[in-house]
Design a protein around this ligand. Structure first.
Ligand SMILES: Cc1ncc(COP(=O)(O)O)c(C=O)c1O
Length: 413
């Protein structure tokens, strides 16, 4: 007998993406490696999963600060001071550490003000619909992160004109802005680092186009926060020299190893975003203990120690990219700690990930729809607390892999 719940479940099962995911699960039951359960972690990225110890090359904690005793101590201090959560939307009240964390973040970032959200996704889904209205234009890079696309769809449902431009193409952006007559202002939403491939947008060119057409850049710099630019301030200040025409989104959950997201903006925008972001008004904030940890990480990033951490990360990234290039592999990215090795075929991508796992290294097998069809990659995230031996071991395993799985090579690509 059917009932509404089972009908709903059946309807969800018919969704294209669910059928697609099931197909992969059935086709590669032993190699799919998604939805993993981790049983324990070590200080140098050891991970115990599926009954074995592997080195984890799938962590966004690029600086290794998740294992830093000062960050753990700050969380414990915050817990003692504030308890485990805020208990209300920040629209009503925020703990003082929230303001301290925002001030510290703004001082570190070099922006006028910062507003913290519970995550980058919620920043994008709250701020984008809040920034633009019916008479405005929102233009989004076709490869921008899912949360930008979701935020844009909410804005569109509210009556905003939404257009997509070709990935990182200033000429296409220029054409769209020239042809879209009659808008009040425009916002151009892009990623600062495209997280599936590690590629960077041409920020200066895009900003020049934006300025010519009364448009503001909105840059989701989640993957650059803490790892790009002086003191890890990200890509925008370094590329543009100022935040005069850019709103910057950063992550507190990746290199920061804490929790949340933020927008760096002029002070008047902070007030406006508080009033206009539904995800800020109608939801709970970052738990207070993490705000103490955010303050601690700001101090670390602002100190001379940052260069040591960044240097360690840089050495590890270079060791891996150089080694992979010596193997003749097609290495995508490399200017950030996200490095993708092109495999191509979907089945080979899963098999390759599984084979590395068997040899003691976990990397992410990424296939369509996250990357184009037949352009599957092994996505490797390098961290400052990976030991050089672990990088060399992964390179040796990649070398062995080439003997039995087809990986694209630079000659063939
Ligand atoms: C560019 C970008 N934006 C947003 C997110 C999501 O961030 P959060 O987990 O804070 O929602 C990611 C996650 O990887 C990302 O790469």
């Amino acid at each position: 007998m059917t009932n509404p719940m089972s009908n709903l479940c059946q309807a969800m099962n018919q969704h294209g993406l669910v059928r697609f995911a099931r197909h992969f699960e059935e086709q590669f039951p032993d190699a799919h490696m998604k939805d993993l359960v981790v049983d324990a972690l070590g200080a140098q990225r050891e991970m115990f999963v599926l009954g074995r110890k592997v080195i984890n090359f799938g962590s966004d904690s690029f600086l290794g600060l998740d294992q830093d005793v000062r960050v753990g101590d700050a969380i414990r201090r915050g817990l003692e001071r504030w308890g485990s959560h805020n208990g209300a939307s920040r629209a009503f009240a925020s703990v003082r550490t929230n303001l301290e964390a925002e001030e510290k973040l703004a001082a570190w970032l070099g922006s006028d003000a910062v507003l913290i959200y519970p995550s980058v996704s919620l920043a994008n889904m709250g701020a984008l619909p809040g920034l633009v209205g019916r008479r405005d234009l929102l233009i989004v890079d076709e490869h921008a992160h899912n949360s930008i696309q979701e935020g844009a769809r909410i804005a569109q449902a509210n009556g905003v004109r939404l257009v997509t431009f070709q990935h990182s193409d200033p000429a296409d952006l220029d054409k769209i802005l020239r042809e879209a007559a009659g808008f009040r202002v425009a916002v151009v939403a892009i990623d600062g680092v495209y997280s599936m491939t590690g590629d960077l947008p041409p920020l200066q060119e895009l900003n020049e186009v934006a300025l010519r057409h009364n448009a503001v850049l909105y840059v989701d710099d989640a993957h650059a926060t803490g790892v790009m630019g002086p003191h890890g301030r990200g890509t925008v200040l370094e590329a543009l020299g100022s935040y005069d025409n850019a709103l910057v989104v950063g992550s507190l959950s990746k290199a920061f190893s804490c929790f949340g997201g933020f927008i760096g903006c002029p002070a008047p925008f902070k007030r406006l975003l508080k009033m206009r972001s539904n995800t800020y008004i109608f939801g709970g904030p970052v738990p207070p203990p993490y705000l103490d940890a955010i303050c601690t990480v700001c101090d670390i990033l602002n100190s001379p120690e940052y260069d040591i951490l960044r240097g360690r990360l840089h050495d590890n990234v270079r060791r891996l990219t150089r080694g992979a290039e010596r193997l003749g592999l097609v290495v995508l990215g490399g200017s950030t700690p996200i490095i993708s090795i092109l495999v191509g075929d979907e089945a080979d991508t899963f098999r390759a990930g599984n084979s590395l796992f068997e040899r003691g290294y976990y990397v992410q097998s990424v296939t369509f729809p996250a990357v184009p069809y037949h352009a599957g990659v092994l996505r490797i995230q390098v961290n400052a607390n990976h030991l050089p031996e672990a990088i060399d071991g992964l390179l040796a395993a990649l070398g062995e892999l080439q003997e039995h799985i087809h990986l694209e090579t630079r000659r063939a690509a």
